[in-house]
Design a protein around this ligand. Structure first.
Ligand code: SAM
Length: 285
């Protein structure tokens, strides 16, 4: 069976009694060109790949042709009989039925993928948990080389924006701390069954060896980043003081001390300014 053929996959899923669950972000790929491109970008014969949300297995299968091993994590038990049929002959691919947000990924890497030289993540992400999944992957400091994921076009634009630019958000700076993000290719909504309301894009996050800025307290740095973006169109002084319950004079003094404009808006700050502001608010006198 051709997993990316819309009619074939539709009648196969119908025969299996499967119905799509919107709340699980179930939009399956039916454009045969997309999964091979994602797999080629994410893996080679030495790679162990973690896939999130295999669905009917279209990307999992492609990954299994290129990678050494694939472990896919799927929340929907209803897909078990389907995946047994579509992946049964792929001996280097296995599926764990679990919620990825509750899965110990380090244990997966150290166990099932322990014979792989390098580890990557590849997924057509369920969009309702795009940010939590990416942040989990980054913040757990897993030994992952890259993350190649399909996300909504709007999310891709935000994640790949330059920190300090108009399109950036707090997520841009947080991801930038861990990884270099770049867009790979556009995928129209017509590539999915059922068709979603919006287009998508495949992006790659290449994990950094070292963060681009040095901060002594990462948790506090992320609080400051979020605080800078909390009240958009307001000055950093207003946004940060309100988000962190600090008085305005303290924030103003910190900005002056680090040589930043006291009237600037937080979303215009570079990584360097964000880091200096965080250090000054945390450790300055
Ligand atoms: N990879 C398939 C494809 O490209 O056709 C399916 C992608 S679909 C956008 C997202 C998949 O993620 C669905 O199979 C859905 O059931 C699964 N999923 C949703 N929430 C999940 C979670 N918390 N943990 C693991 N899988 C999840």
């Amino acid at each position: 069976m051709k997993l990316s053929d819309e009619n074939e996959i539709r009648s196969f899923l119908e025969r299996e009694g499967f119905t799509f669950k919107k709340k699980l972000g179930q939009n399956f790929l039916v454009d045969g060109t997309v999964a091979p491109r994602m797999a080629a970008a994410a893996a080679d014969e030495n790679t162990g790949v973690i896939e999130i949300g295999p669905g009917a297995g279209v990307l999992t299968r492609e990954l299994s042709y290129v990678a050494k091993r694939v472990v896919a994590i799927e929340i929907d038990e209803k897909l078990r009989p389907i995946l047994e049929k579509t992946l049964g002959d792929r001996k280097n691919a296995e599926v764990i039925f679990a919620d990825v947000l509750k899965t110990d990924l380090r244990a997966v890497i150290n166990g099932r993928l322990s014979d792989c030289e390098k580890i990557t993540v590849c997924a057509n992400l369920p969009y309702y948990i795009t940010s939590p999944v990416i942040l989990k992957l980054l913040r757990e400091n897993l030994p992952v080389k890259s993350i190649t994921v399909m996300v909504q076009k709007e999310a891709a634009d935000r994640i790949c924006a330059a920190v300090g630019s108009r399109s950036a958000g707090a997520i841009t700076a947080v991801i930038n701390y861990y990884a270099e993000a770049r867009p790979l290719f556009f995928v129209p909504k017509t590539a999915f069954l059922p068709e979603p309301k919006v287009d998508s894009e495949v992006i790659t996050l290449n994990l950094r060896k070292e963060p681009p800025v040095k901060v002594a307290d990462e948790e506090f740095f992320f609080k400051v980043v979020n605080a800078c973006f909390m009240l958009r169109r307001k000055t950093a002084v207003n946004s940060v003081s309100s988000a962190l319950s600090l008085d305005k004079e303290t924030v103003k003094a910190a900005l002056l001390k680090i040589g930043a404009d006291e009237n600037a808006r937080g979303e215009t700050f570079s990584m360097d300014v964000l880091a200096k502001l965080s250090e000054e608010l945390r450790y300055g006198k």
